[in-house]
Design a protein. Structure first.
Length: 376
């Protein structure tokens, strides 16, 4: 094969990078086309505040002037400051089932990262741990839920054959509202509410001033609650605002709520309606088509993703997590949500994995992998 690797720098080149994804999923019944506009915004170095502190280079692989693969090389400066290492990342990987193409893509990313003074490459991150990440490794028999990845199974083999080793496994649990609300959970949350004077309130979306205050509260909880986790990097204020503005467009106020103890914010949960159930019909990833499908099919959505559920360290031994679990179930049911995915969960997060299986009767139904490799 005569493979050429080209960088993408101009807006038309970045658009080509984004739209190339369609080439790899032509006959896949489970792939959900992303919104082109959303992908462009994520990669926009002027609009996405991630690039206020980090860098990225995009690469396309061509054979006979036809696209056969793509990859991004990412230097997350804040990650290396926090973890005191020299790790670079790869992301947005797509490739035909050909090891030579994959090897050249990984080599191009590694060479760029090495030029930035980095000694290890980890991924996929798209572009960071606060975005989508990982390869799907188990659970290829259903479509991905909102903001979760999907890929052909052979990507794992291409990556491992290129010399990458497993860095971490992530879990996704399937929850059924008919099995979820155990008597034990009801008792636990009642005891905690009475003992710790717990109150729960929805995040206010419609009142601008209150919404801005709530976003500040969510920032604080998120950065404190997840700080001990493997690979975690605190989101900057601008990054969090950027994400909040996006999620506000699809979030349900009733499924976004804060738990307080004696009036002090202690934890929060965010469950998003799985609009992938609708967007799977939006074949070309256009914005107008997405709006049309959402308007005409939104009532059919019966699935959600619990994307965030956390308690700040100060309150982690109060049992307040049981209140958050309970509220997720109650609020989902009154919004017509029968099923939910709780994802992603670190494989070694013992407390969260136990809560999902024992307390919420969740089924581990999908796994994702992150890989890493030393740069030669």
């Amino acid at each position: 094969m005569s493979i050429e690797i080209r960088t993408c720098k101009t807006k038309p080149e970045v658009l080509l990078f984004v739209k190339s994804q369609w080439l790899f999923y032509k006959n896949d019944p489970y792939w959900v086309p992303p919104l082109v506009a959303d992908q462009m915004k994520t990669l926009d170095k002027e609009k996405n505040p991630f690039f206020q502190h980090s860098e990225m280079e995009l690469f396309l692989a061509f054979e006979n002037n036809e696209i056969v693969g793509r990859i991004a090389a990412i230097k997350n400066t804040n990650h290396n400051k926090i973890h005191n290492d020299k790790i670079g990342f790869f992301g947005f990987f797509e490739c035909i089932n050909n090891q030579e193409v994959a090897n050249k893509l990984f080599a191009a990313a590694a060479e760029w990262l090495k030029s930035k003074g980095l000694d290890t490459v980890r991924g996929p991150m798209n572009p960071s741990q606060n975005d989508t990440l990982g390869y799907l490794s188990e659970g290829f028999d259903s479509q991905p839920v909102i903001l979760m990845t999907y890929n052909p199974k052979y990507y794992l083999e291409l990556t491992e054959n290129a010399g990458f080793g497993l860095a971490k496994t992530l879990y996704a649990y399937l929850l059924d509202n008919e099995k979820y609300m155990s008597d034990k959970l009801k008792r636990m949350q009642n005891i905690v509410r009475e003992r710790s004077k717990v109150t729960v309130r929805s995040v206010e979306f419609k009142k601008k001033d209150q919404f801005l205050k709530d976003v500040e509260t969510l920032k604080k909880i998120y950065n404190e609650a997840w700080e001990p986790n493997w690979g975690f990097v605190k989101m900057t204020s601008d990054e969090f605002d950027f994400l909040a503005a996006d999620l506000k467009q699809i979030a349900n106020s009733d499924l976004t709520f804060i738990a307080e103890i004696d009036g002090e914010p202690a934890g929060f949960a965010l469950a998003l309606p799985d609009i992938n159930q609708v967007l799977k019909h939006n074949k070309n990833g256009g914005l107008l088509g997405a709006v049309w499908h959402l308007l005409t099919k939104k009532k059919k959505i019966n699935f959600a993703r619990i994307i965030v559920l956390g308690v700040i360290p100060k309150f982690q031994k109060t049992g307040i997590d049981s209140v958050l679990y309970y509220e997720c179930g109650i609020r989902a049911k009154r919004n017509g949500i029968r099923f939910a995915e709780a994802s992603w969960i670190l494989e070694d997060n013992i407390m969260m994995n136990r809560g999902l299986t024992v307390t919420m009767n969740g089924e581990l139904y999908k796994k994702y992998r992150l890989y890493e490799k030393k740069i030669d």
